[in-house]
Ligand binder design. Structure first.
Ligand SMILES: NC(=O)c1ccc[n+]([C@@H]2O[C@H](COP(=O)([O-])OP(=O)(O)OC[C@H]3O[C@@H](n4cnc5c(N)ncnc54)[C@H](OP(=O)(O)O)[C@@H]3O)[C@@H](O)[C@H]2O)c1
Length: 212
């Protein structure tokens, strides 16, 4: 699958490397004056290509958004046309003061992303853990795969993202429509408060127990 990343920092680079290793054609969007994170990611994997954002998006079937939440408006507005009909994976989290929800829980960050790219098929995914788990998901030998919860309104887009979630090493768990994104964003805050503020292991993950 042809995949573009806007944002290749801790989150974007980790996912991009796994997907390139799984055989996908992965390109990282870089700014006109170069991008330190794109160069660093490409130093970690020679499979990653780089291209200007508009070209990267135009050529992709799936686009990952892995930028700081506050950058989303400036990033997405000029690309809204190019994103028409594409799967847009929202990896961003609006985090406010004191590890609160950055939009005061009035609406989800994913709803704002959908508004900024109205004709993209937005799926919120890869957000509920810190980057440490994206860098190194538990090895395949583990009996239980860590769950990656995701949501979106387009069934075909979610099916494509579910495959990518599995390629990175997680059990895909579809939790419903994009209206569920607010709850995923709160789940992220739960994890961040436990780990970043509370001292729990950054390799804390959730799993779904099969019941016969
Ligand atoms: N860190 C985590 O554990 C974690 C986990 C899950 C989700 N998230 C969410 O994922 C997103 C990315 O987090 P991160 O930790 O990967 O951040 P990061 O390491 O700081 O990387 C941010 C990336 O966005 C790019 N960027 C920044 N401002 C930009 C702009 N105005 N236009 C275009 N690109 C821009 C940066 O490029 P340059 O190198 O050119 O600056 C870099 O590639 C955030 O929304 C965060 O809430 C984070």
């Amino acid at each position: 699958m042809k995949i573009a990343f806007i944002g290749a920092g801790k989150v974007g680079a980790a996912i991009a490397i796994h997907l390139a290793n799984a055989g996908h054609d992965v390109v990282l969007a870089e700014s006109s004056d170069g991008s330190a994170s794109v160069a660093a990611a490409r130093a970690r994997s020679s499979k990653l290509r780089a291209a200007p954002a508009a070209a990267a998006v135009a050529d992709a079937e799936v686009v990952f958004l892995a930028t700081p939440y506050g950058a989303n408006e400036g990033v997405l507005r000029p690309l809204a046309g190019a994103l028409r009909g594409k799967v847009l994976v929202d990896c961003t989290n609006p985090v406010g003061p004191g590890l609160s929800h950055g939009l005061e829980s009035k609406r989800s960050g994913a709803a704002v992303v959908q508004e900024l790219a109205p004709e993209a098929k937005v799926v919120k995914a890869f957000t509920i853990y810190g980057y440490e788990n994206l860098d190194a998901p538990p090895p395949p030998a583990c009996a239980l795969r860590p769950a990656m919860l995701f949501c979106g309104d387009d069934a075909a887009a979610k099916s494509a993202v579910a495959k990518l979630v599995a390629d990175v090493g997680f059990e895909p768990v579809d939790v419903g429509g994009l209206a569920q994104a607010l709850h995923l964003e709160h789940m992220t805050l739960l994890w961040i408060r436990m780990v970043r503020a509370g001292g729990a292991s950054p390799h804390t993950v959730w799993a779904r127990l099969p019941r016969g």
